[in-house]
Design a binder for this molecule. Structure first.
Ligand SMILES: *[C@@H]1O[C@H](CO)[C@@H](O)[C@H](O)[C@H]1NC(C)=O
Ligand SMILES: *[C@@H]1O[C@H](CO)[C@@H](O)[C@H](O)[C@H]1NC(C)=O
Ligand SMILES: *[C@@H]1O[C@H](CO)[C@@H](O)[C@H](O)[C@H]1NC(C)=O
Ligand SMILES: *[C@@H]1O[C@H](CO)[C@@H](O)[C@H](O)[C@H]1NC(C)=O
Ligand SMILES: *[C@@H]1O[C@H](CO)[C@@H](O)[C@H](O)[C@H]1NC(C)=O
Ligand SMILES: *[C@@H]1O[C@H](CO)[C@@H](O)[C@H](O)[C@H]1NC(C)=O
Ligand SMILES: *[C@@H]1O[C@H](CO)[C@@H](O)[C@H](O)[C@H]1NC(C)=O
Ligand SMILES: *[C@@H]1O[C@H](CO)[C@@H](O)[C@H](O)[C@H]1NC(C)=O
Length: 375
């Protein structure tokens, strides 16, 4: 009997230490509501939330594993998740923050819990990309709207670093080569209809809690904030999409140059290095295995007209939900038309400066012809 319990303890211990290995952090990526009248609901039954697969690949490509965080759940769900993962990514997308039980509500729980954990001495990084950065600032400003309209859709831009950028946590160990690439070439891809300016940040002294590290100019020359880090917490935000040059191929305006790949990879490497500082883990390996993204398969949605190459799509049952979250008619920001709601036909319209008009159905048809002729 004693032998059994000792070997059981050893087994549990080894499972625990394996899952507590900070060399392989687990990062939670928040899901987001799809539109009822959109592309997803026309092609898939009962799928009410999604994660663009590019965010998953982006984190995996830097050595992390991904756990989908469901929208629409109660506080105890978010508390449980936040005590097991090593970091959070709030992705971009297109929704309003006021949708009941949607992205905004879930993000509020995650951000509040991350503040609590960090205050208690548990390292919990939170990264916001595009709409995710907007949400992070919005929630920490106690829900006061500071965004302005911005002509930021479909531009690739260099990073305009502020003078002291290299004293920020985010860029303190960046190499001169990567900086040179970021400054000289159009390496960061912007797709947003809102943005923050330094003037907005001064109004409610957001400038005292957020450090602005880089700026950019939209199509109309309006200067906006493109990179921030929180002064006190390991919270970071970028208005651009570092994952798109690496993993999205739906618009000709997305850069895929060698420099843009190096630049994008810098940000994922950084976030994962932050997550490695957290030693939280799941109770056991089985629990972890059952919750990771590997339990789901991404769909090839760009061929149906999505601006995402692939998406993970989830039913409310998979999300542990009884009720469908309230779903917007159309989106709020970010990489906008990801779920097609804006386009009645599966046509990808290039958001800026590009020649591409891909007709996915037509190319699917061509692909079929090619396959038939190969066979
Ligand atoms: C969608 O939900 C309905 C109602 O719960 C169910 O009858 C149907 O089988 C579901 N479809 C799929 C593909 O899961
Ligand atoms: C939260 O939801 C879970 C199911 O997901 C349920 O078991 C639990 O009772 C709920 N807690 C509260 C406080 O409502
Ligand atoms: C949510 O916010 C958007 C944008 O501010 C607004 O148009 C919409 O009416 C709001 N919806 C609700 C339910 O308050
Ligand atoms: C930041 O860059 C300046 C100018 O290139 C350099 O002199 C300084 O040592 C750098 N500081 C850090 C912390 O790397
Ligand atoms: C960056 O893009 C702008 C247009 O937005 C263009 O004028 C400029 O030449 C590009 N720079 C490089 C280095 O490609
Ligand atoms: C923030 O903005 C206010 C108002 O312009 C200014 O007084 C203050 O010095 C700024 N703080 C920082 C850290 O820049
Ligand atoms: C995690 O780190 C904290 C603080 O360094 C330490 O007290 C705790 O024992 C560690 N937990 C595990 C599971 O290693
Ligand atoms: C693993 O953890 C889960 C959640 O805490 C628990 O329900 C389950 O019994 C555990 N399994 C093992 C084998 O310890």
């Amino acid at each position: 009997m004693q032998k059994i319990s000792i070997s059981l303890l050893i087994l549990i211990g080894s499972l625990l230490s394996a899952s507590a290995d900070i060399s392989s952090p687990v990062i939670g990526v928040l899901t987001q509501e799809v539109y009822l009248d959109g592309l997803i609901s026309r092609h898939f039954e009962n799928k009410t939330s999604y994660i663009a697969a590019s965010y998953v690949k982006y984190l995996e490509g830097a050595g992390a594993r991904v756990l989908p965080i469901w929208i629409g759940r109660n506080r105890s769900y978010y508390e449980d998740v936040m005590h097991k993962i090593n970091g959070v990514l709030l992705p971009g997308g297109a929704t309003w923050f006021n949708e009941t039980n949607g992205y905004g509500d879930a993000g509020e729980h995650l951000i509040q819990l991350a503040v609590e954990l960090n205050d208690q001495g548990t390292y919990m990084p939170v990264w916001g990309t595009c709409l995710g950065m907007e949400l992070l600032v919005f929630k920490l400003a106690k829900g006061k709207e500071h965004r302005i309209d911005c002509a930021g859709k479909g531009i690739a831009l260099p990073v305009e670093f502020k003078e002291d950028y290299n004293t920020s946590r985010l860029f303190t160990s960046i190499s001169d080569d990567v900086v040179a690439a970021m400054v000289k070439e159009n390496v960061t891809y912007h797709w947003h209809q809102f943005c923050y300016t330094e003037k907005d940040f001064e109004e409610d002294l957001l400038n005292e809690t957020w450090r602005v590290i880089s700026l950019n100019h939209d199509w109309n020359g309006i200067e906006f904030i493109s990179t921030i880090e929180h002064v006190k917490y390991p919270f970071y935000g970028v208005q651009f999409h570092p994952e798109k040059p690496l993993y999205e191929f739906t618009k000709t305006s997305i850069p895929h140059t060698a420099a843009s790949i190096v630049a994008g990879q810098y940000f994922s490497d950084f976030l994962v290095s932050e997550a490695r500082k957290s030693n939280q883990s799941f109770t056991n390996a089985t629990e972890q295995a059952l919750r990771l993204i590997y339990n789901y398969k991404p769909e090839y949605t760009s061929i149906l007209g999505s601006t995402y190459t692939q998406q993970y799509l989830f039913t409310k049952k998979e999300m542990g939900l009884e009720e469908i979250p309230d779903i917007p008619d159309e989106g709020g920001d970010g990489d906008g038309d990801g779920n097609g709601g804006l386009y009645p036909y599966p046509i990808i319209v290039d958001g800026g400066g590009g020649s591409s008009t891909i007709l996915p159905l037509f190319s699917g048809f061509l692909l079929t012809l090619v396959i038939i002729s190969i066979n």
